[in-house]
Design a protein around this ligand. Structure first.
Ligand code: PBG
Length: 324
């Protein structure tokens, strides 16, 4: 039955009616707040390309996690800036590494908080690549052993969820078997399954002090034009034991996110990355876009496309905006 019997504008006529039929709703518990932790105490070092984001010492990270918890955010993901970088990324799996210390302190302060540990080596290697370098190549299989070790040390420190982001083949299998061997059968893996070699990570590399010193990441991260390959990545990660999968970045890859969710129907995350945040901040600072409106529209789009939860630098702001 078409016009004039059907008039879709009828249900748009008031805020209450619009809310009643809204298909997708944001909830503060949908958001995961990324935290960049560094050594020291009382440190809040502003990240130039990400206004409103900071490198934090562990005590300050705990403070921010508490504020976020009060606003309804239930999860954080940790990135570490270690004291020292070396060829074998020792800071990533040191029992007293920066992420290990942060995980322990966060669980101590907020036992119910879901603490995710990003598992990658670019912040810990002196060359800035996401694995062990042999010659000018990142050696896949040598990296797997370190990945297993790192996962176990993060879990021992208190991390609830291990999130490998290095895009090494077989990393989920290596991590699952290392965790199981160390008694962490119940620690879930959130696999950065479809992670693209993206220009949108630019500001993050400032934040985590992790730009590669030579070459780029296109021999391990995915080529942006490919979506069928993303489905293969997800399928393999699930076969290797991933409990949840992620698509990253989010906004320029909503088609990938939708395809992954529709095909596999498993818990699916999206990472709205540093460049997505920086673009909104920059346009808002110029008065060209309404920050709150654009940030929330972006987040609801990501959820509508299929994300069950979203890693976003807007986690705390968005939680407050929707709570208010
Ligand atoms: C790798 C990693 C990166 C991001 C998360 N984990 C950067 C990269 O691959 O270069 C990017 C996150 C963002 O841009 O917000 N450890």
């Amino acid at each position: 039955m078409a016009f004039p019997v059907t008039r879709l504008r009828r249900l748009r006529s008031s805020p209450v009616l619009r809310e009643l039929i809204r298909e997708t709703k944001l909830d503060p518990a949908d958001f995961v707040l990324p935290l960049f932790v560094r050594p020291g105490a009382g440190v809040r070092r502003a990240i130039g390309s990400m206004p409103g984001q900071f490198q934090l010492s562990v005590d300050e990270a705990v403070k921010l996690a508490k504020e976020s918890w009060s606003a309804g955010v239930r999860s954080v993901i940790l990135f570490g800036i270690p004291e020292k970088k070396d060829a074998l990324a020792r800071g990533a799996y040191a029992a007293d590494g920066i992420v290990q210390r942060a995980a322990a302190a966060l669980k101590d302060a907020l036992p119910e908080l879901a603490v995710m540990a990003d598992l990658c080596f670019c912040e810990y290697t002196d060359h800035g690549h996401c694995g062990v370098v042999k010659g000018t190549r990142v050696d896949n299989d040598a990296t797997l052993e370190l990945a297993g070790k790192t996962a176990v040390s993060q879990a021992k420190a208190g991390a609830d969820i291990i999130a490998p982001s290095g895009m090494m083949d077989g990393q989920v299998k290596a991590i699952r078997s290392a965790l199981d061997g160390a008694g962490f059968q119940d620690t879930p893996i959130l696999a950065y399954a479809a992670k693209y070699a993206s220009g949108f990570y630019g500001p993050f590399r400032d934040a985590a002090e992790s730009p590669p010193s030579f070459g780029d990441r296109s021999t391990y991260q995915m080529d942006p034009p490919n979506v069928l390959e993303a489905l293969r990545e997800v399928e393999l990660d699930l076969e290797e034991g991933a409990d949840m999968v992620m698509v990253k970045p989010a906004l320029a890859y909503l088609d990938v996110l939708a395809a992954v969710k529709q095909r596999f129907g498993v818990p699916t995350a999206a990472y709205s990355v540093s460049g997505e945040y920086a673009m909104i901040k920059a346009a808002a600072a110029k008065g060209w876009l309404d920050e709150k409106r654009i940030a929330l529209e972006t987040l609801v789009s990501i959820k509508r496309a299929g994300a069950d939860f979203i890693l976003t630098y807007y986690a705390l702001d968005a939680a407050r905006w929707i709570g208010a």
